[in-house]
Design a protein around this ligand. Structure first.
Ligand code: GUN
Length: 273
């Protein structure tokens, strides 16, 4: 079965739209794009489309790929000190000559609607629910809640390496009391872990990593990212060859990205307020 995530996304977008429609001064989301690779362009297009749908202004600032680190830092500083900007994102990945960690640390935590700054990440460690939510982990939790499976009593495998999905979703689920096994795409014999899991969350960015023989019957597979190869879209789960009577899987293509964007809009609204 393909998991119908659209109902959850629509509800979030419609709630935000209702709230923004009552505001005389509309919120804005600023975005800095340095490396316009095909995946980043797709992400940015999605963010613009959905921001405008909920009447949040979307303002894109582009810098050329060979820009210096100092130039990026001074653009970020101008965002940090501009009182008209309540929330902004720096689209990742950045080109290889840029120190990504340094850039992330320069974002003002109060304007960090993506929730990437270490101070915001630290708030997740102590489970501060008053603050911004990590966008992708937040929807994964909403999705699990909507399936009515009691994930607290289940075995969850999370595959990845990133600071923006893999670590926070692992932390979030641990905070919630779930049993979590953390793997990455190089984990030896990863099937040993996935085959017993009730829930597999894959954010490995590795097309075809998960095949049907690695998943137990009725398990939930959440495929977080997509990869574009020669204009075709692939997820980590090889859904083309999966028996959908066997697993419940989020679709790629038809990918869950708008849910991350929905959570980003939620954070943007919070920053504006
Ligand atoms: N690159 C991939 N996903 C994301 C995201 O959620 N935010 C930003 N800023 N960059 C990304």
């Amino acid at each position: 079965m393909l998991i119908d995530w659209k109902k959850i996304a629509w509800k979030i977008f419609e709630d935000i739209k209702k709230e923004v429609s009552r505001m005389s001064k509309k919120p804005a989301l600023w975005a800095l794009l340095v490396w316009d690779n095909s995946s980043s362009i797709r992400y940015i297009e999605q963010k613009k489309k959905w921001a405008e749908y909920v009447w949040i202004k979307f303002i894109l600032k582009k810098l050329p790929e060979h820009v210096s680190e100092n130039e990026i830092l001074s653009t970020i500083e101008s965002f940090n000190t501009d009182d008209n900007i309540s929330g902004y994102i720096v689209q990742l990945p950045l080109p290889s000559h840029i120190d990504e960690k340094k850039i992330i640390k320069s974002i003002s935590p109060k304007k960090d609607v993506d929730w990437f700054h270490p101070e915001n990440q630290g708030k997740l460690m102590i489970w501060d629910k008053t603050w911004f939510s990590p966008c992708t982990p937040a929807w994964i939790l909403e999705l699990l809640k909507s399936t009515e499976i009691d994930y607290i009593w289940k075995q969850v495998v999370v595959i990845g390496r990133s600071n923006i999905v893999w670590k926070p979703i692992t932390t979030l689920l641990i905070n919630e009391g779930a049993t979590v096994i953390s793997c990455n795409s190089k984990t030896p014999n990863i099937r040993k872990f996935t085959i017993d899991a009730d829930i597999v969350i894959s954010a490995a960015w590795k097309p075809g990593l998960l095949t049907l023989d690695m998943i137990k019957k009725d398990a939930i597979v959440i495929d977080v990212w997509f990869t574009v190869i020669e204009w075709k879209i692939y997820g980590d789960a090889d859904t083309h060859n999966m028996d959908l009577a066997w697993v419940k899987v989020t679709p790629v293509p038809g990918w869950v990205g708008p849910l991350t964007v929905a959570m980003l809009m939620k954070n943007t609204l919070k920053s504006w307020k």
